[in-house]
Design a protein around this ligand. Structure first.
Ligand code: CU
Length: 234
């Protein structure tokens, strides 16, 4: 019996439990801020990071970048597109779910908004990290680097990322919420395809867990609209 108990304990330890996490976009403790909160989290493979766009008023993005270039899109990285939340809006706020596909490497992200009274959000330190190292390339070092950048580059909206993947566009984008350009494309989920489209209103119907090998198609026009939207709304 002692043997079997030990085996069970080992098996339990070897299975990394999912650690679903919520990150607020543009708010800290319910107050509007140029920040993600919490800004640095840990999450195992298969965990879902739920970004809640509840900063009011706000027009933010969740865009993947690299440690060395905090405010520029990572090639092949995810991007939520700009999600506009007006002052006085009420829940449920738009959310965006990212599933972690590889927890062995850090995932860095930033807000690509360049307009607003305080200037570009990334340069104000609106960056975040998932599974950041605790030494050397830490979240604190990443954020400090962001504040020294001279510009912010807006990415093309994309569901797929590096080490993380979304299966649907942010939503709901109805009522007072809007997104001029949100990720569209086809993500392969459990062997079947689901279409995710939406400009202004999310009509995504993707369900199920993604397999990490999604095929994404993004039009150049969508990217252009995203950049324009980011400039129009602060
Ligand atoms: Cu922002």
């Amino acid at each position: 019996m002692r043997f079997s108990t030990s085996v069970s304990a080992l098996a339990f330890a070897a299975v990394a439990l999912a650690q679903d996490v919520t990150i607020h976009v543009g708010s800290v403790n319910g107050t509007s801020a140029l920040a993600f909160s919490p800004s640095s989290v840990n999450a195992t493979k298969g965990s879902v990071i739920t970004f809640v766009f509840d900063g009011m008023p706000g027009n933010h993005t969740v865009a993947q970048s690299a440690f060395g270039k905090p405010c520029e899109p990572l090639e092949g990285g995810f991007d939520s597109g700009f999600i506009f939340v007006p002052q006085g809006a009420s829940a449920p706020f738009p959310t965006w779910n990212l599933t972690i596909t590889d927890d062995s490497k850090p995932i860095w992200f930033y807000c690509a908004q360049t307009a607003g009274p305080k200037g570009a959000h990334c340069l104000n330190g609106m960056v975040g990290a998932i599974n950041a190292p605790t030494v050397n390339n830490t979240f604190e070092a990443f954020q400090a680097a962001a504040k020294t950048q001279t510009g912010v580059v807006a990415p093309s909206p994309a569901l797929s990322g590096v080490n993380a993947l979304a299966s649907a566009a942010p939503g709901p984008l109805t009522g007072s919420f809007s997104g001029a350009a949100v990720p569209t494309g086809t993500v392969v989920t459990n062997g079947t395809s689901s279409n995710s489209t939406g400009t202004g209103t999310s009509t995504s119907t993707a369900t199920g867990k993604t397999n990490g090998a999604g095929a994404i198609q993004i039009s150049g026009l969508t990217a252009f609209v995203a950049a324009a939207f980011g400039i129009v709304f602060a």
